[in-house]
Design a protein around this ligand. Structure first.
Ligand code: OGA
Ligand code: MN
Length: 198
């Protein structure tokens, strides 16, 4: 992991509400965590609580939830960084961010996640979205771009998920989608909440 880039991220959040950092996780770290993606994942579902269901026409990824208080040692760099970033965001913007939840996500070839907002209507406690891209190779031809929209549906940015890059944004502001991925796509994705989760 390179030096924490929290100052740059905080500056980006203030200016535009999102930040993308390349070369965030070094190759050695990426290699050290690849084993995690060979565990048994569960099909990701859509909706919340009792209404959760598998809907492959909406999202086709598979997930493995991580306990942020007891992460696998190869992910400790990420949970340490997130705690650090959270403090920085709270100091800069008084966001009142508290606990976070996160999962590994695996998109098999041919899968995608249709345009959505990361905030639920009934529960707006997701205060910050983050994604680390953890596959070791990726080219433009592999697809799987993250497309960020504004509220009027205009494309703001198309992010190629470069190995070891980091993306974050304000979850209530940006509808986004994951384009069809032609190669298995790996990430650690999560949300920092404005309430306590544990
Ligand atoms: C999500 C999501 C984006 C990505 O899991 O909610 O939008 O690039 N992920 O993986
Ligand atoms: Mn999302």
């Amino acid at each position: 992991m390179e030096k924490w880039k929290t100052d740059k991220i905080i500056q980006d959040i203030e200016l535009k509400g999102w930040s993308y950092q390349q070369d965030f996780v070094d190759r050695h770290t990426l290699e050290s965590l690849s084993d995690l993606f060979y565990q048994e994942f569960s099909p990701a579902r859509v909706g919340k609580n009792q209404l959760l269901q598998r809907e492959e026409s909406i999202r086709g990824d598979w997930v493995y939830w991580i306990d942020p208080l007891d992460p696998p040692s190869s992910l400790k760099f990420a949970t340490d960084f997130l705690n650090h970033l959270k403090e920085g965001l709270n100091q800069a913007f008084f966001f009142g961010l508290r606990d976070f939840e996160c999962h590994l996500a695996k998109y098999p070839p041919g899968t995608f996640y249709k345009k959505h907002l990361d905030r639920f209507e009934q529960d707006s406690s997701r205060g910050f979205t983050f994604i680390f891209y953890l596959h070791s190779d990726w080219t433009e031809a592999d697809g799987g771009e993250l497309v960020l929209y504004d509220k009027d549906g205009r494309i703001l940015e198309t992010i190629i998920p470069r190995p070891g890059s980091f993306m974050c944004f304000l979850p209530g502001e940006f509808p986004h989608e994951v384009k069809i991925s032609h190669k298995e796509r790996w990430s650690l994705t999560g949300w920092i909440h404005t309430k306590n989760l544990y």
